[in-house]
Each structure stands twice: as C-alpha cells, then as structure tokens.
Write a protein that binds this ligand. Structure first.
Ligand SMILES: Cc1cc2nc3c(=O)[nH]c(=O)nc-3n(C[C@H](O)[C@H](O)[C@H](O)COP(=O)(O)OP(=O)(O)OC[C@H]3O[C@@H](n4cnc5c(N)ncnc54)[C@H](O)[C@@H]3O)c2cc1C
Length: 224
C-alpha cells in the first residue's frame, strides 16, 4: 500500500527511497510514486516537509517507472538544492504538481523528428521523454563542462546523442552547444526542444532561427 497522501492544499508528501550521486554536486532523488500522474516533460515543486521553500524540478524518471525521480544540481549557496542532498531514505518531501507545458506533441510521440538540446541538468525532461517513449525519433545534444556531467548517458542511443564539453576535450565535441550547432547541419523539418540556462537557450534560439527553423517549431524550458 502506498504511504503518500494529498493535503488540503494539494500538496502530497512522498517519501525518499534513495539518493544517487552522479557527480560531487549532482544527484538523483528517487521518491515513492504512489498514484502521482504526470506527462513526460512536466515538473514538480519540491521542498522539505514544513519548509516554505519549494523549487521546480523536471521529472527525470519515465512515466511508467514505479518511482518518481528528479535530477538535482546543488548550486552554490542554493537553499533547496543543497538541503535535498542531505535527505535519506524515509524523509518525507512535499511535492506539488505536476506543472508545466514542456511536453511532446502527439506527432512527436508518433515518430516525427525531434531535436532535444540541453545544458547541464536540462537533460532531465529529455531523459524522461526518451524513457517514456522508446520509439521517439530523436537527436539529443547535451552541453556540459566535463564528460562526467553526461549523466546516465547509457540511457541514450549513442548514435543519437552528442555531448559537447566546454571545459574538457573528452566529449564528442569540444566546445559549447552553440558552437556545435553553428557548424552542424540543421534539419528545418524537425521540432526543437531546448532546456537549461537562459543564455544557452537565447544563443541556440538565434542560431536555429538564422538557419531557417520556424519559431513555431522551437520550444523552451528555462531553468535559471
Ligand atoms: C521550470 C523549471 C524546472 C527546473 N528543473 C530543474 C531540474 O530538473 N534540476 C535542477 O537541478 N534544477 C532545476 N530547476 C532549477 C531549480 O528550480 C532551482 O532554481 C535550483 O535547484 C536552485 O534552487 P536553490 O534553492 O538551491 O537555490 P536558490 O537559493 O533559489 O538560487 C541560487 C542561485 O542558483 C541559480 N541556479 C538555479 N539553478 C541552477 C543550476 N542548475 N545551475 C547553476 N545555477 C543555478 C539561481 O539562478 C540563483 O542565482 C528548474 C527551474 C525551473 C524554473
């Protein structure tokens, strides 16, 4: 029997099952899922029980998984992202949602070409989408500082996945995502989904628009 419940304010309390460290600063929080409904690409608002501080996190785990995961980077002086890291199995977290509209169209799920472009933990909604829809016709470009930040890369088909490393030569491409896209062929018939920091999204949007991608086919989720 699930132990999660919904409070009068619409918040659920879900217990932490585990914390999995991926790097010194980035980790995956796995929660009990219970009957939590969401669409791939959506977020939850997460915080410690009784705390007034809640933050948005994209759901990382596939829709069909028997648990709910988020991928979190502990940011310098960040309140929630550092406190979540100290949780242990059994800690109850407050979860609101799902929220957000950064989701796939039916045509995308049915196999229309999609290009996912992420920086850092912006890979999270794409990890969820790809795990939820195994037949997606996707290309994934991930901008990170070092190869260690290519989180759970075994979840992605190698021929569909390009890691761009900005501070280390160990990626598939050495340099920023924007530099990679400047020199890469750009499919103008694909739909583009961008997720991560605002500077990356602005740069990539300009490149795609200049290379002929219609604005209607560019969607973005800005983290900070
Ligand atoms: C729609 C949405 C979805 C998000 N999904 C995720 C997610 O899946 N995983 C995730 O780790 N974060 C995600 N974020 C960011 C997250 O909500 C928090 O802002 C982040 O965890 C910092 O919260 P904090 O309380 O620790 O820091 P705060 O005290 O709120 O902020 C500290 C500073 O950190 C900056 N910051 C925020 N996020 C980052 C980051 N990733 N890298 C570097 N600096 C950052 C902020 O701009 C701020 O200046 C998302 C944000 C939005 C708006």
């Amino acid at each position: 029997m699930s132990t999660n419940y919904t409070t009068l304010t619409g918040q659920r309390r879900l217990k932490v099952e585990s914390i999995r460290d991926l790097t010194d600063s980035t980790y995956v929080v796995r929660l009990e899922k219970g009957d939590f409904p969401f669409t791939a690409g959506q977020c939850v608002l997460l915080g410690l029980a009784g705390s007034a501080q809640h933050r948005e996190y994209s759901v990382y785990s596939p829709v069909g998984a028997p648990y709910l995961e988020v991928l979190v980077k502990a940011v310098e002086n960040g309140d929630v992202s550092n406190r979540l890291k100290t949780c242990s199995a059994g800690t109850a977290l407050e979860v609101e949602g799902p929220v957000g509209f950064f989701t796939l169209d039916d045509a995308d799920v049915a196999g229309a070409p999609v290009v996912f472009i992420a920086s850092g933990t912006g890979i999270s909604p794409f990890h969820c989408m790809i795990g939820s829809h195994p037949d997606l016709n996707y290309t994934l470009v991930h901008g990170v500082r070092t190869p260690a930040e290519a989180y759970d890369r075994e979840c992605f088909a190698p021929e569909r996945y390009t890691v761009c490393t900005s501070r280390d030569a160990g990626g598939d491409y050495s340099g920023r995502v924007s530099a990679y896209l400047e020199q890469a062929p750009i499919a103008t018939d694909a739909r583009y989904y961008l997720c991560g920091n605002a500077a990356m999204i602005d740069d990539v949007y300009d490149i795609l628009a200049r290379k002929g991608v219609d604005a209607d086919n560019i969607r973005a989720e800005v983290y900070f």
